[in-house]
Design a binder for this molecule. Structure first.
Ligand code: ZN
Length: 346
């Protein structure tokens, strides 16, 4: 029998062309010492009615980022096919082994799923999962929203994010979608570690891609959950999958999202050496270039003074340091500025 080298080893069980609500588990093979034919069940819900765009919502690509897991599973439980025109595919806990382990990386293969795309059907567990999403799910999708937070590593100002897209029309469509999501900020950035992310695979296929950062510090951000839940519904309204207009009102009275950008490497502050980092500002704070971002302490040495770490850019703090103890090269702050198309295009 001929075998298809590119065929996924993951069983799906969803008929994506069928109207109605289908709630199933992807069955991903995982051979273990105690179960040679063992599998991992990954929840997937497809809700379809008539014709319209297909929207993909993913949570739990990283196991220690809870807001997306909560918001996507909430919608997956409650979305009524009668209320939509189009198709919504929801994976609230994509990386189930990491979700159950409460870690960013998968405990199965110690990989970051979001660095495994486009994946490999015969690779490690995470590579096999990435390959399934890339080859089975993404070809169906028009709009992808991948809900993240800063996990244990940082705290983020509540935001959607997107890469700077050279195509002006796609850039505008994506920024309009971000504005419809309605987080306080939308951040346009030039990635520092791209190519193997889900976002990269989504973009390679010409699909509209939004990410989010809705909290962090390894806990559930109350406002991040409500912004996330509202944002998913807003996206469905914006693309006509659900009736109604997006609600983008902000807590501070602003009518909508503030578009920002992280233009270059000077926006990132890295720890020059290992130590305990004492930040001076919270995510969302307005900061001045040359201000002290924080102090790096060496508490194991009695007479060693802390190092001052200063911002290199004025702006708003997108990401603030998470864990107290940092290693040399860890990012301890990311500063963003108001989006300017003329500056961005350079
Ligand atoms: Zn993440």
């Amino acid at each position: 029998m001929a075998t298809d080298e590119s065929k996924s080893r993951i069983q799906c069980g969803i008929d994506f062309d069928r109207d109605g609500r289908q709630a199933r588990y992807l069955r991903a093979p995982l051979s273990r010492n105690t179960s040679g034919w063992g599998t991992v069940d990954i929840p997937i819900v497809c809700v379809k009615n008539g014709s319209g765009p297909t929207v993909l919502f993913t949570g739990g690509v990283h196991g220690d980022e809870y807001e997306g897991q909560i918001a996507v599973s909430d919608l997956a439980r409650t979305l009524d096919p009668v209320a939509i025109q189009g198709r919504v595919i929801m994976l609230p806990a994509v990386n189930v082994p990491a979700v159950l382990n409460d870690t960013r990386l998968s405990p199965v293969d110690h990989r970051d799923l979001n660095r495994c795309f486009p994946g490999n059907p015969f690779g490690t567990f995470s590579e096999m999962l990435a390959h399934f999403i890339d080859t089975v799910v993404l070809p169906l999708v028009d709009i992808s929203v991948d809900v993240h937070t800063a996990g244990h590593s940082m705290e983020s100002a509540l935001s959607t994010n997107m890469h700077y897209l050279p195509d002006a029309q796609m850039r505008k469509r994506t920024m309009d979608a971000a504005a419809a999501f309605g987080a306080p900020f939308n951040v346009v950035f030039w990635g520092v570690d791209e190519g193997a992310t889900l976002t990269s695979s989504v973009e390679r296929r010409g699909i509209l891609s939004l990410g989010t950062e809705l909290g962090g510090w390894g806990r559930v951000n109350v406002e991040g959950v409500s912004i996330g839940k509202r944002g998913l519904a807003n996206i469905l309204r914006h693309f006509g999958v659900m009736e109604g207009r997006p609600d983008t009102s902000q807590r501070d009275g602003a009518p909508g999202t503030r578009h920002m950008m992280v233009r270059d490497q000077d926006c990132y502050l890295f720890a020059p050496t290992g130590g305990v980092f004492e930040p001076r500002h919270l995510a969302g704070a307005t900061v001045e270039g040359e201000d002290i971002a924080g102090y790096l302490h060496f508490v194991e040495d009695i007479d060693r003074a802390p190092i001052e770490i200063r911002y290199r850019r004025s702006g708003v703090l997108w990401m603030a340091s998470g864990p107290g103890r940092v290693q040399r090269g860890d990012v301890v702050a990311v500063v963003m500025n108001d989006y300017d198309d003329a500056v961005a295009a350079v």
